[in-house]
Design a protein around this ligand. Structure first.
Ligand code: SF4
Length: 557
């Protein structure tokens, strides 16, 4: 909590909910057994987030339900934490089975490398949670004011380095996971212990963090996790294939609010270098600094990036050194070249193959039958490690030459490995979920992306740029779940059928885009982009990316 004791402060309402929750219990259990409504109380919905779930309703049905004097069509989302995006084939199949039994039959891959289920009814919520835990997975801290899923880039090439960094990512995940027993009691029927001691959450305390907190790790030159968007980022530094440590980056964040200039996207700042055995201390103390100094009065100003800007980067570096007892070394040189995924078959440094498959938006359901069934057949053959990529695609790794042959036949049968007919923009696109389930969405996003891409591809084709990799990202609001501020073409929902158009981020994810024009319709966006794409085709410099061109030519400045 803020150290400022000289003035009265009014804490955000969530602070009271947390402090009175008995370490995230609230009345969730009672709410689940109330069959008179498909909903839970507002306070419990806030606490459910820490358990990796929250209540939603089908916004497409709101009008009709109101007319019929029915309560909203409530259901629940569950997000399953997948540290580093890594799980086993068996776990994938179990998640798919849960989606079919309790959710809407679709498994969603998120931009933080998690699995997500939608449309789970309250009566099934506990059963789904049990199923997740029986698969040795968990949803705790997938949402809420705590550290979320620790990300790690997919790294199909650097298998050995990936494994080393993955083990560090797992240890950070464990270190920053809430310690309350509330999760086990509520979802696993574990008998409550006597009243828990004050030390139950040695890191977080009773009020956890002021807002969510995100940690990510990246092995250059791949930046698919958008390391600059993380609250705390670690950039792996290697010498001759061996990990020597990490450059530490703090204060990234993508969310902002329309019309509130005090909110903004911010790139993380590189503050120095630490050795692998210093990562735990840097992580724990950075979180503790945000716990102690983050703004708990205004949730729109509560992310770590604002603490960094309000107090100053130098102050943070000194405070971190004071708490850790060591000073970070100077940052080492590094270079990122792309924030996209490398599709198809790649032989890793361990001489085993990986296969990255484009998922067309990260939804594997009955509306995408060849992807769903093809992946099922592939994964049954694979029986090995799976990695979800931060671009919502999926990578099967550790494949022998013999198994590759068998898997190639499946890829051909279901036509899921080919990227031949997909443009560079489609392969580098992300959409958040938005309508109909996200309560914050101002416009369509995941349902609009395919329509946008169909029309945008026609423009690219006309200008001979079909294969040009361009990051296209769309979100239904400025909260940044799809990391739109780092898109070369970013569409941010402003109102139904209207988006703000943002241009000019770099393809490697180290420069934010800027607002080009506000509240444009689909047709207006295409009309704006058409001459810019033509100019790009005519005047770009060798190897120049679309975002760099937009910046250089002054479309945004
Ligand atoms: Fe919802 Fe906004 Fe996040 Fe999209 S970016 S999922 S609309 S909160």
């Amino acid at each position: 909590m803020s150290n400022d004791t000289t003035k009265e402060v009014t804490l955000a309402a969530n602070e009271g909910i947390k402090v009175n929750s008995r370490y995230l219990r609230g009345t969730i259990l009672e709410g689940l057994s109330d069959s008179s409504t498909g909903a839970v109380s507002g306070d419990d919905n806030q606490l459910l987030k820490f358990h990796g779930s929250y209540q939603q309703d089908d916004r497409d049905l709101r009008k009709q339900r109101r007319k019929e004097k029915l309560e909203k069509a409530f259901s629940f989302m569950i997000r399953v934490r997948v540290p580093g995006g890594v799980c086993s084939s068996e776990q994938y199949m179990k998640m798919l089975a849960i989606s079919e039994k309790y959710a809407d039959g679709a498994l969603t891959f998120t931009t933080r490398q998690a699995f997500q289920f939608h449309r789970i009814l309250k009566k099934d919520l506990k059963l789904a949670m049990k199923g997740i835990n029986e698969a040795l997975m968990t949803s705790i801290a997938a949402c809420g004011d705590v550290n979320r899923n620790v990300m790690l880039n997919a790294n199909p090439h650097a298998s050995d380095l990936h494994e080393e960094v993955y083990q560090i990512a797992l240890s950070v995940q464990d270190l920053l996971t809430p310690k309350t027993k509330a999760y086990d009691e509520i979802w696993m029927d574990v008998k409550p212990e006597q009243e828990e001691a004050e030390t139950v959450e040695p890191l977080y305390g009773k009020t956890y963090l002021p807002r969510k907190f995100k940690v990510g790790m990246a092995v250059p030159p791949e930046n698919d996790i958008d390391i600059y968007s993380q609250d705390l980022g670690y950039i792996a530094i290697e010498e001759k294939g061996k990990l020597t440590g990490f450059n530490v980056l703090v204060g990234g964040g993508m969310g902002m609010s329309h019309g509130n200039e005090k909110t903004y996207a911010r790139l993380g700042s590189v503050i120095g270098f630490c050795t692998p055995d210093q990562v735990a201390s840097v992580s724990e103390n950075t979180v503790a600094i945000q716990r102690d100094f983050g703004d708990r009065t205004d949730r729109k100003h509560a992310r770590f990036k604002y603490t960094i800007d309000d107090k100053g980067l130098d102050w943070f570096v000194k405070e971190l050194a004071k708490r850790t007892g060591f000073t970070l070394e100077a940052a080492k040189p590094f270079e990122f070249i792309s924030s996209g995924d490398a599709f198809g078959w790649i032989k890793g440094s361990n001489n085993l193959w990986s296969l990255t498959i484009h998922s067309n938006g990260g939804r594997v359901g009955d509306d995408t039958p060849s992807l769903k069934n093809g992946l099922k057949s592939l994964i049954e053959l694979h029986q090995g490690e799976i990695r979800l990529t931060p671009n919502k695609n999926i990578l099967l790794t550790g494949i022998s030459d013999g198994n590759k042959l068998k898997m190639e036949a499946v890829v051909d049968e279901f036509k899921i490995g080919t990227i031949d007919h997909k443009s560079g923009a489609r392969l580098n696109s992300i959409a958040c979920v938005a309508l109909p389930t996200c309560g914050l969405a101002l416009s369509e996003s995941s349902r609009h992306l395919p329509l946008f891409l169909d029309d945008f591809e026609a423009i690219l084709n006309k200008n001979g740029l079909f294969n040009q990799p361009i990051n296209v990202r769309i979100t239904g609001c400025p909260n940044g779940c799809g990391r739109t501020p780092l898109a070369e073409i970013g569409l941010v929902g402003k109102a139904p059928g209207k988006w703000n158009l943002r241009l000019g981020a770099s393809h490697s994810g180290d420069r934010l885009n800027l607002l080009y024009k506000q509240a444009l319709t689909h047709e207006e966006i295409l009309a704006e982009l058409s001459p810019i794409v033509k100019a790009f085709a005519d005047k770009r410099e060798p190897e120049e990316g679309f975002g760099d061109f937009c910046m250089r030519e002054g479309y945004v400045s």
